[in-house]
Design a protein around this ligand. Structure first.
Ligand code: FAD
Length: 532
């Protein structure tokens, strides 16, 4: 039988010294287990699907198998007697070789990747394991090298890695916070903006915080969309943060199903559902919208104030004219009653004065501008009050007034006119500011609270001004009565209008008799449980 190069190597290099007796027998082709001649081991190495080479201690090649020729392009005739460095592309860094030799010289197995050059000239990546062979004295006699061309695997590995980097850089450059969650709500992937939310919002894991809000808001719909793998978007939430005040986020989500890639799923079609959650910070847009809204309200309120000014001036003038008119009327009646002909001339003059006075009053009445009744809708008192506070913000700041806003969460709506209620609260806020500014009180504080019980919604407006003396509390709701010096075009009519608007809403207003640090108005409205 023709000797293989392995048998040749054995008989010519090791001279009968072998790692163990069994291997020695196999090498020599002896029958060790009565199954016939054992060239089996040699054939196994020859045909192994991995490039195998055996070298002496200086890496001079003594044996190569068939796969080695396939991987490197070199036939045994080309390479036997050559150093393994023939395979080197010379682009592997020196320190790799130092490490390789330090490891194998100390009788350990080395495993790593080297850049090799195929006989035809092209480079390939070799995944190489070198094992030292020891004799019975534990001395290195040979090295066995086993390598595979892993260029293709490396390329696809790199491709996946590059794709991951690309996805990460796209995600990180996105102006939207993104997070991928598994079916246990665990964060699988996120971007820089999402990471920033962890500290910015101070709500623990932001995804869990938003998931709770979304599930609470969407109820059963959440489950339905999840099962149907249908996304959602434009779910807006207001978030109170510690350092940055109120922020607004618009949430969108999309579910996707991914086939499992672990060994468990090799023969089974396992899949997992993931949610991509995007969180867009819309605080800026919200603020702009809010500012625009406030600006519109300001314009409306100015116009309303102008109309009210005209109304009150005319009503005031009519009120002023009415007194002398009544006196003239009384005088005319007395004279007429006496029936004295000598006063006929005076009687005529008085009648003329009366007629022109009535004409003037009628004219004024005609000139009184109309206040149109606004539509009655469900009104969120918290929203209206918040708007009116925003409208007065610059005044609060310029007078250094501390504002305490304590809205009741989920205050039920009342039925009414938003605009009329705005005017009402604006008036109360303006009154409170004026009272505090004029009184020089050491602590200027405005507190607005909303609350409700089974039937009524309450708004409490309290200030730290001088308050209204007990004796004057009923009078302040009368026309043209003011605790302040007269002046301006609405003197003494503010609380009249407040009362009128409250009456229109079937509500009540009272001044809290038990509050002594300033003035506290308690307003109550009947609640219509239209919507929460
Ligand atoms: P070299 O001068 O050969 O080696 C670089 C450094 O390695 C030297 O500075 C020295 O510190 C150290 N070194 C070299 N020879 C020895 C030694 N006998 N004892 C201690 N330290 C030493 N290289 C490849 O590029 N591709 C392969 O596929 C490959 N397969 C190998 C398989 C086996 C079984 C063995 C033992 C080595 C293999 N090598 C392989 C390593 C190869 O022998 C060379 O060391 C390497 O290619 C660098 O060659 P070089 O001519 O650039 O430098």
């Amino acid at each position: 039988m023709k000797k293989t190069s392995l048998q040749f190597l054995w008989t010519h290099s090791s001279k009968g010294k072998c790692i163990n007796k069994e291997l020695e027998a196999i090498m020599l082709g002896e029958d060790i287990d009565n199954r016939g001649p054992c060239g089996l081991f040699i054939e196994t190495v020859e045909q192994a699907p991995i490039a195998i080479s055996i070298t002496d201690k200086k890496a001079s090649i003594l044996y190569v198998n068939e796969e080695f020729t396939l991987v490197t392009g070199y036939n045994p005739a080309d390479i036997l007697g050559q150093n393994e460095s023939l395979l080197s592309d010379k682009s592997t860094p020196r320190h790799v070789y130092h490490d390789l030799w330090r490891t194998i010289s100390s009788k350990k197995v080395w495993h790593g990747r080297l850049v090799n050059r195929h006989k035809s000239g092209h480079r390939y990546l070799a995944d190489l394991t070198i094992t030292p062979m020891l004799n019975s004295e534990k001395q290195i006699t040979h090295y066995i090298g086993m390598h595979r061309d892993v260029t293709a695997a490396y390329e696809s590995e790199k491709k996946v890695h590059n794709q991951k980097l690309l996805i990460e850089s796209v995600l990180n450059s996105s102006p939207i916070a993104m997070v991928v969650l598994d079916d246990q709500d665990r964060v699988i992937l996120d971007n820089q903006l999402y990471k920033a939310l962890v500290t910015d919002l101070n709500k623990g894991e932001p995804a869990l915080f938003f998931l709770k809000l979304l599930r609470d808001e969407m109820g059963d719909l959440w489950q339905q969309l999840q099962l149907a793998e249908q996304g959602f978007n434009n779910r807006e939430f207001r978030v109170e943060t510690r350092g940055q005040g109120v922020r607004w986020f618009s949430c969108a989500g999309n579910w996707f199903v991914e086939k499992e890639i672990n060994a468990d799923a090799f023969f089974e079609d396992n899949s997992k559902r993931y949610l991509i959650l995007t969180l867009t910070d819309i605080t800026k847009q919200r603020r702009q919208m809010e500012e625009l809204h406030i600006q519109t309200l300001k314009t409306m309120m100015v116009e309303d104030e102008r109309v009210r000014g005209i109304r009150e001036t005319l009503l005031g003038a009519m009120h002023q004219i009415q007194m002398p008119m009544n006196q003239i009327k009384a005088a005319e009646q007395i004279i007429r009653h006496k029936g004295d002909a000598q006063h006929d001339g005076l009687l005529q003059i008085l009648r003329q004065i009366q007629a022109s006075g009535e004409e003037a009053v009628a004219m004024m009445k005609k000139c009184i501008p109309q206040i149109y009744q606004a539509a009655v809708v469900p009104v969120n008192l918290n929203k209206v009050l918040h708007e009116m506070m925003m409208l007065s913000e610059s005044r609060f700041q310029s007078h250094d007034i501390e504002v305490h806003w304590q809205p009741m969460q989920a205050l039920p709506t009342i039925l009414g006119s938003e605009n009329r209620l705005r005017i009402l609260f604006k008036q109360l806020i303006d009154n409170a500011i004026e009272a505090m500014v004029q009184s020089d009180c050491p602590e200027q504080r405005l507190r607005i609270t909303t609350d409700s019980d089974a039937d009524l919604a309450y708004v409490i407006v309290e200030d730290t001004g001088p308050g209204i003396p007990v004796g004057k509390r009923a009078k302040v709701f009368e026309p043209f009565y003011t605790t302040r010096p007269m002046g301006g075009n609405q003197a003494g009519m503010g609380l009249v209008m407040v009362k009128e608007i409250i009456n229109q809403h079937q509500g009540l207003i009272e001044i809290d008799p038990n509050y002594h640090q300033g003035c506290r108005f308690i307003i109550s409205f009947p609640m219509r449980r239209v919507s929460a």
